[in-house]
Write a protein that binds this ligand. Sequence first.
Ligand code: GLC
Length: 419
Amino acid sequence: MSIKSIALGATMFLTMMAGAAQAESISVFCGATDYDLCVKAADAWKAKTGNEAKINKMPALLDDAIPLYQQLLAAKSPDVDVLFLDVIWLGMFKNNLLDLKGKIPQADIDAHFKSTVGAGEINGELIAMPAYMDVGLMFYRKDLLEKYGKPEPKTWDELAATAKEIQDKERAAGNGDMWGYTWQAKSYEGLTCDAIELIASNGGGTIISDDGKVTIDNPEAAEAITRAKGWIGTITPEGVLNYDEEASRAVFEAGNSVFHRNWPYVWGTSQTAGGKIVGKVGMMPLPVGKEGQKSSGCLGPMYFGASKYTTHPELSAEFIAFITGPEMQKMRAVEGAYSPSISALYSDPDVLAKLPFLKDTAPAFADSAARPSGYTGTSYNRVSQAFYRAVHDMLSGEADVKADLTSLAAKLEKLKESR
Ligand code: GLC
């Protein structure tokens, strides 16, 4: 054996040993709808660092992850390192999340929209980094509005009238399955979003104000809920009372809904090659209840944070910086239509080419309505549950909406203080 080949063998051995010593593995939770994109990010991270991020798929309904997280965190389990977090959970889990300050370069933090990254900063600690922006938007059948010579509706009543007219004409023309408007009214967090949008855009506030005042018992809120109740069975199928995002999306993407409320990802799913409505979809901010009011899409950015009980704090922070960084946010935007939280990506030509809706929906981000999770903190989940259950009852029964809002307000007065 020559000296050269011994030296080569030794170098290979040392490289292998170094690799084996360095390669580490962390366990990460990711959303069900963007699971594939997370796996892609994990693959890219492995190629770059040699480390492995095992991706666990969260339950289809985000709400169902709350008890799972509560259990893992209460048990101080080291089995999970990185958590995917809804903006409304940050207050709820803040005491169980690692402070990422000093672990993620300041320049990476500063690249995100200030208010979005700001929601991840609680009591001086950076407990989560934004993965993408989410805001409730209106999708519509551009082809059908054009066919019937209708403009984009500006108010909810205009939307309902256009929806009814097109629905009826399409049914008369042979599409018996056509509906005017699909949205989410199952008894779950998504209904809190849909209802806040209707109420806030009607001048009725966001349930509890930023300074903790219960505002829900007001005539504008009653009017907004009553208006939506009137849609069910006329322009919206009765099934809406059991629709979440995915169930309602299926109706729209089957070509059976003129208007559809959902999150930006539906641009990606509805424009995938081979789909029934490719090239037929327009997007706009949600309508307003009354002239002079603001379109009030529910604000729902998603975050990644690390468990306080991780045995890999540095590596978890490194992974979070990577998956929330520009390269991966661009990948999510281009491949899945997830709106970036990094401002520079809004002038990236590849992103703009794939997401032409960004220019039409920019005001929706500016005028979005936040749920009252800032003030309510750990009690947010109970507050939201009381709200969506009450609204579900109002939408489904013969309820007296005004009286129900009064009793809901009394209930919320108690719940909001148990934070
Ligand atoms: C989306 C939003 C999230 C919201 C959820 C409701 O995932 O990002 O903020 O809570 O929808 O279903």
